[in-house]
Design a protein around this ligand. Structure first.
Ligand code: CS2
Length: 495
């Protein structure tokens, strides 16, 4: 940094001393990452500015103390840097009233969820944070952490365990209702969270489970919500931009694209902020918005990220500028994802597609292929199986969905002798050790695809029975390994 003599971000450097008093706490948010700080926090700031209310957010970071420490050193403030090639806008939301690291004080998580002042517990813990089995969609009872959390008296460490123990404590103390609001890219995220919570409760000893199940049914709601904003990891460039333009040091600025969207089911057990003030939409068609977004945006994003990484592109705009990647992206979006979704009323799909490509082309943002490509083992199950099964049932091979899976496997667990490149190696994935073990035992793409999809059911049980899909994925893995991602993309397009 060249601006070390500047003051740190604070209420006074941000010019907020007299603006308004901090809100009282009302929301506990699990997952204090960049996405939450550029999305829900911004909407909550607009809601409080317009209508007041006790909706201050207590942010809980799972392991990392970076954001928590910086927030505390900066009067709980940070800067959102909205950026595109044409625009740059800074804003400083003022909504966080406290923050802590769960791993440093695990008992505090259920306690905070149980506090009477808490009306909403919201989540951005990523697909990976729900401890669900990609095979069944249900709770991953094989996970040691889940087993540990089910034992009476243990302090929970999984998100689902923390929610259940927090609700149980509410039931035993004041009993006031609460909303659990998932803001992650899971299909039917509210319903899915509710199922996982109920499943956890059903595995508790009977003495605990029956009253609790009934209490949750009567006093807790789980609205679904579709969240959308591209938010990369921050870099020193953003810290520099804030210092140069605003004259203060912010250790944790959040970059974000100008576009933002939030569609929610209006089903809150204990009230909610007027998020409409920030542009949120309350709708009875959330499931349609979610499907549209998780498939057209996130699904296509995965294909762009994996083909991009294999072709050496570090960022999404670099990847989508490659001709064959753009063609593959258009094809998967129009021919393979679109037929599986119902369009919410008022949404024009052609405009939606045009807007997606222009968002992906945002060269100012620096969104990395390795970021979008991370955690594919838990993301792809949300994006691929249902549209693939629908096409297969109608007798059509989903070439580009198979290509997405082939490119993913080639990035994370290539066969011996193939180097997928630096961007692929930078992708994190909880299944990497397992998949690499399978790759080491495989002699061909088909062999590897069979082990990953057939034996290990990476994309669920139903797809594991489709030999034609598995073989096509395997053949595309071989083409990628022998002739490169461009040849595989051309093969998929011409098949
Ligand atoms: C991306 C998403 O990393 C990914 O898988 O597809 O994070 C995407 O950028 C957001 O969902 C956009 O709303």
């Amino acid at each position: 940094m060249t601006h070390t003599s500047l003051p740190r971000l604070s209420l006074s450097t941000a010019g907020q001393t007299t603006a308004r008093t901090a809100p009282a706490p009302g929301i506990v948010h699990l997952g204090l990452g960049n996405f939450h700080r550029a999305h829900q926090a911004v909407y909550t700031d607009a809601a409080i500015k317009s209508g007041g209310g006790d909706w201050g957010i207590t942010g809980v970071s799972n392991r990392s103390s970076t954001v928590v420490d910086a927030l505390k050193a900066q009067d709980m403030l940070y800067t959102v840097v909205e950026i595109s090639p044409e625009t740059r806008r800074f804003s400083v939301p003022r909504v966080h009233v406290d923050a802590f690291v769960a791993a440093h004080d695990l008992a505090r998580v259920p306690q905070t969820i149980a506090a009477e002042s808490t009306k909403i517990v919201s989540l951005t813990v990523t697909e990976n944070g729900y401890t669900y089995s990609p095979t069944t969609g249900g709770l991953n009872l094989a996970a040691t952490a889940v087993q540990r959390d089910l034992i009476t008296g243990n302090i929970p460490s999984t998100t689902v365990g923390q929610i259940v123990r927090g609700l149980q404590r509410r039931m035993h103390t004041h009993g006031s209702p609460i909303t659990v609001l998932s803001c992650d890219n899971l299909a039917n995220n509210g319903h899915h969270t509710q199922l996982l919570v109920n499943e956890f409760v059903s595995h508790l000893p009977t003495a605990e489970s029956s009253d609790l199940a009934q209490w949750i049914k009567t006093n807790t709601t789980f609205p679904s919500s579709m969240v959308d904003r591209i938010v990369p990891a921050t870099t020193d460039n953003y810290r520099e931009a804030v210092a140069a333009s605003l004259g203060y040091i912010d250790a944790i600025p959040v970059p974000a694209e100008p576009f933002t969207m939030w569609v929610l089911e209006d089903n809150f057990a204990a009230g909610r902020p007027s998020w409409e003030a920030g542009g949120a939409i309350f709708s009875t068609e959330v499931d349609k918005y979610e499907q549209l977004k998780v498939r057209l945006l996130n699904g296509t994003h995965s294909l762009i990220a994996y083909l991009g990484a294999l072709s050496g592109a570090a960022t999404i705009p670099d990847a989508v500028a490659v001709g064959y990647i753009e063609s593959a992206a258009r094809s998967v979006l129009q021919n393979e994802y679109l037929p599986s979704v119902s369009i919410p009323s008022g949404v024009n799909v052609t405009d939606y597609e045009t807007q997606l490509f222009s968002r992906w082309r945002n060269t100012a943002l620096g969104h990395k292929t390795s970021q979008v490509g991370s955690d594919g083992s838990v993301k792809l199950g949300q994006r691929i199986p249902l549209p693939a099964l629908e096409l297969l049932a109608g007798g059509t091979m989903p070439q580009h969905l198979a290509l997405t899976v082939a490119a993913y496997i080639s990035c994370i667990a290539p066969l011996a002798g193939f180097n997928p490149g630096a961007e692929a190696s930078a992708m994190e994935d909880p299944a990497r050790p397992l998949l690499m073990g399978l790759a080491a035992e495989s002699g061909s793409g088909r062999d590897l695809a069979r082990k990953v999809l057939g034996t290990h059911h990476l994309l669920g049980e139903e797809l594991s029975g489709h030999d034609d899909f598995i073989n096509r994925t395997g053949d595309l893995i071989d083409i990628i390994h022998r002739h490169g991602p461009g040849s595989a993309a051309r093969d998929a397009l011409s098949a």
